[in-house]
Design a protein around this ligand. Sequence first.
Ligand SMILES: [Zn+2]
Ligand SMILES: [Zn+2]
Length: 125
Amino acid sequence: MNITKSCMSCGGVVFNIISKAGSYELVCADCGVMAGEVGLDKYVTVMGNCSKCSNSKFKVRINKGEEEESWTPECLECRAEPVYKYVNNELEEIDEKSRENLILKDRLAEMAERIKELEDRLPKV
Ligand SMILES: [Zn+2]
Ligand SMILES: [Zn+2]
């Protein structure tokens, strides 16, 4: 099933995209209510401007699958999909290699955290 997303608050169907590292938010262009946050892969985001016409207003198609629904923003003017980019936590564009390094660093930090937890649980001698 293919439907167009509308704002829960005012029924508007035009949204702005707020880019975040690893997700993006859809904000109603009419009333400013946040319609939802969409999770992406780590350090991936969606640009808030159309790649072709740099328009910042999008319609959102909802594809309802068996288990989950997916949202696809498309430019209100030219129907192009927005661009997905690799970004760091400051939302600066990065290349694939830097992205891999950031993910690796996160894993190392997680591991260090886990080791520390284990150490804390060991009896003190
Ligand atoms: Zn609204
Ligand atoms: Zn466009």
